[in-house]
Design a protein around this ligand. Structure first.
Ligand code: ATP
Length: 259
């Protein structure tokens, strides 16, 4: 079994993780409302991620998926509702404190420093104290996951292909020692072969004892891999179920798979 990439975080888990008590969800969102200015975008979202699950978030452009991740991350202040990480309400905390508590996002569009080396880009992820203390060890684990990055670590990020840059973005998020890792459209702009490789890597990350929330336009592929999925339409969850249940759902097949 691969070593958990975040075992320090596991040790810090709240006391109610102890035997004899039901473990709380890794992430639980209750009646979450958020938006921009006067406009409500999220209108009462409920979501639950079991520890060590992969959960897919599906929805058309503008449904509110990125807004949901930004709200969980603390970049947008919720108007109402709770965001609990392993039972602790983090709604309204500033982003760096939410990262330190274990929710880490790999943003849409990678956002790498292209004129910095791959190694330097990865180290940017290890900002919080806990992550800084373990950064060499975690770096080694990220290189085990993406061996091409070990080979090329001294090169600038601009020398990498789009797929390899996406690996750096995911690796950088892992450097922060997440307990819940959010990936916003990781396959965007990748050639199909690279999408396959990336999905294989994501499945391997799961073996490392992490909970993953993933936004994806590759609906079929992501639901094949996911334990659970939620469909977001106009800021409301309209459908949820296991990956296989959603793949069998007529509305989902017609709206998102064109079947
Ligand atoms: P996409 O797949 O296109 O990223 P999405 O489901 O992630 O779609 P969001 O980006 O969350 O959707 O957008 C939801 C709604 O919020 C849209 O109507 C969008 O126009 C609006 N919106 C997003 N960002 C902002 C912003 N910074 N200011 C104002 N409105 C915004």
């Amino acid at each position: 079994m691969p070593k958990p990439i975040h075992d320090a975080a596991v040790r810090e888990a709240p006391a109610h993780d102890a035997p004899g008590h039901a473990a709380p969800p890794a992430l639980e969102i209750t009646d979450l409302w958020a938006g921009y200015g006067e406009q409500d975008v999220l209108r009462g979202i409920d979501l639950k991620l079991a520890p060590r699950s992969i959960v897919a978030l599906i929805g058309a452009n503008g449904a509110g998926k990125s807004t949901l991740l930004r709200t969980i991350s603390g970049l947008i202040r919720p108007r109402r509702g709770a965001v609990r990480l392993y039972g602790e309400d983090v709604a309204g905390l500033p982003p760096h404190r939410i990262v330190a508590r274990g929710f880490v996002q790999s943003p849409e569009g990678k956002q790498l420093f292209l004129d910095m080396s791959i190694r330097e880009n990865l180290l940017v992820g290890a900002q919080n104290r806990r992550a800084r203390e373990r950064r060499e060890e975690t770096l080694d684990e990220v290189f085990d996951l993406f061996p091409i990055l070990r080979e090329r670590q001294a090169l600038n990020a601009c020398t990498l292909s789009g797929g390899q840059q996406q690996m750096v973005a995911v690796g950088r998020a892992l450097m922060a020692l997440p307990r819940v890792l959010a990936l916003d459209e990781p396959s965007l702009g990748l050639a199909p072969i690279m999408v396959d490789r990336l999905f294989e890597s994501i499945a391997r990350i799961r073996e490392r004892d992490l909970t993953i929330l993933i936004i994806e336009q590759n609906v079929f592929q992501v639901l094949e891999m996911a334990d659970h999925g939620y469909v977001l339409e106009n800021g409301v969850v309209t459908l949820s179920g296991t990956g296989q249940e959603l793949l069998a759902d007529d509305h989902l097949r017609a709206s998102y798979l064109g079947l």
